[in-house]
Design a protein around this ligand. Structure first.
Ligand SMILES: [Cu+2]
Length: 186
């Protein structure tokens, strides 16, 4: 465990204790790797032995509902985002992650802007960023699909509108080491 200074979007600076997560994209969680025909696939934001992580299935069907649930206590760990981003944009060094948290990385600045984050008040005016086709499909760069959450138990459900065959990469801009991926299948 390591004490890190938290200064992310949507909350005043606060010192929180998190484990420095592994940089490699985990083959997320103990959840079923089956997309669960017709049901709702679920990705959870949790604290486990690895620290703050996303857990969820490896696959989801195109058109299936994907529910993202905040199972952490943001008073302790800060808020989160579930943000789609292009694979080559995933912050993969400590330096990049630090820059991202501090919104010094163009990508992360774009995400904060898309959420209409006000750095003077730490208020996020637009928790739901929905671009491209309706549903999860558009990955940052300049813009993309993203959800911001600052309360325990909050959740957000959208259909997966990305084409099958594609892998969606996601992360949390507040804790850039929170990363995952999910493959869209038929
Ligand atoms: Cu987070």
């Amino acid at each position: 465990m390591k004490r890190v200074k938290y200064r992310g979007i949507g909350a005043a600076a606060a010192a929180v204790v998190v484990c420095a997560g592994a940089v490699a994209i985990p083959a997320s969680g103990a959840d079923s790797s089956k997309p669960g025909h017709g049901g709702t696939a679920k990705i959870k934001m949790v604290v486990n032995d690895d620290g703050l992580v996303f857990t969820g299935p490896r696959k989801v069907e195109r058109g299936q509902r994907l529910k993202v649930v905040n199972r952490t206590f943001p008073g302790k760990v800060g808020p989160h985002t579930f943000t789609l981003l292009r694979k080559n944009r995933l912050p993969d060094t400590k330096r990049e992650m630090k820059q991202c948290e501090n919104l010094k990385l163009a990508l992360c600045e774009n995400i904060a802007k898309a959420h209409e984050f006000d750095p003077s008040t730490f208020v996020v005016n637009k928790p739901n960023v929905e671009v491209g086709r309706k549903g999860w499909d558009k990955a940052f760069g300049r813009t993309g699909d993203s959800w911001y959450t600052e309360k325990a138990g909050e959740h957000n459900t959208r259909r997966v509108s990305a084409n099958d065959g594609r892998t969606l990469y996601y992360f949390c801009v507040v804790h850039p080491f929170m990363q995952g991926k999910i493959k869209v299948v038929k």
